[in-house]
Design a protein around this ligand. Structure first.
Ligand SMILES: [Zn+2]
Length: 315
């Protein structure tokens, strides 16, 4: 499985609930456990301004370039601005575009293999960005730690290039994917699915194609049952690519989430989604999104489990 990553994803945002150090820690642990070969990691290029403009307004992009935000805009974004911060997010958006392309290529390769071996032993066609998933960014503003909506940018970029026509977003972050739902409202080529905690940020939730809002305190069993009920509708829609926004924040120990999933439950979530996607023979790109466990090690372990499941199902 191709994995996209850069040490430059980690930028200085000061003392913050968002654990910027998680990116390098996931990478280091994947290498230490022999799950990935560091030489095979794909270093992304930053998303082009023309790519970002497929989703974001020119006025907003100019602000992200110059830092000329109003104080109220930075308060909504909940990030400090610096040229380095803006570049880090632009690079992660480039990472999501690159990983999405690699997932589509893996899908085409596996399809050729399956055609020549009569479909024996189906494998998952996947690629991962060890970052990304900034689903709260809107065309003309950023919010909730999200500067650029890399999920939407990657979909639009691949559509522009003719690599895909239809895409689906499977967003299992504890917070609803408001920016992504907004961007693709009335776009019949993109299916947006979000399963999240209903009574949590964002308080205004633009409707996606399928939203499942869960009550506070939902645990593993109820969560997995709700997810299992919802997934067939996404697959039946037959997207050319799925973007799996695999937030670590439905975890019981999360500081910004109010669901009660265990690490085993979260691994079950990943396994359920990715095995259903494999069985449907749809390529998938996995993205990190949020994760604010009291112990950063827990957030790191949850992200690693997602990558492990993808590698296991792709082998
Ligand atoms: Zn979140």
């Amino acid at each position: 499985m191709h994995i996209v990553y850069s040490d430059r994803y980690q930028v200085d945002i000061g003392a913050h609930v968002f654990p910027m150090g998680k990116y390098a820690r996931v990478r280091d642990q994947l290498v230490a456990r022999g799950l990935i070969d560091p030489a095979s990691l794909v270093e992304p290029a930053p998303a082009g301004w023309d790519d970002l403009a497929l989703v974001h307004t020119g006025e907003y992009l100019e602000k992200t370039r110059s830092g000329r935000f109003r104080a109220s805009e930075l308060a909504l974004l909940e990030l400090p601005w610096s040229p380095e911060v803006a570049e880090g997010f632009r690079l992660m958006a480039g990472g999501t575009i690159a990983a999405a392309r690699l997932a589509v290529e893996a899908g085409a390769r596996l399809k050729r293999e399956a055609d020549s071996t009569a479909g024996a032993g189906r494998r998952l066609a996947a690629a991962a960005n060890l970052g990304g998933g900034f689903h709260h960014a809107f065309p003309s503003h950023g919010e909730g730690f999200c500067l650029y909506n890399d999920v939407a940018v990657a979909i639009r970029a691949l559509q522009r290039d003719g690599a895909i026509s239809r895409a689906a977003v499977v967003d299992v972050d504890v917070h609803q994917g408001n920016g992504t739902a907004f961007v693709f409202d009335r776009d019949s080529s993109v299916f947006t699915f979000s399963i999240h905690q209903e009574h949590n940020y964002p308080h205004v939730k633009p409707r996606g194609s399928l939203d499942v809002g869960l009550p506070d305190g939902t645990g593993d069993v109820e969560y997995l049952r709700a997810l299992e009920r919802a997934i067939p509708a996404v697959l039946a829609w037959r997207p050319d690519l799925i973007l799996y926004v695999a937030g670590a924040d439905p975890f019981i120990e999360d500081q910004l989430g109010g669901l009660c999933l265990t690490q085993e439950g979260l691994r079950g979530r990943d396994s359920l989604v990715l095995s259903a996607v494999r069985d449907a023979a749809i390529p998938v790109v996995t993205l990190f999104a949020g994760g604010y466990a009291r112990r950063v090690d827990d957030t790191v372990a949850i992200h690693i489990a997602t990558i492990e499941e993808a590698i296991r199902l792709g082998a």
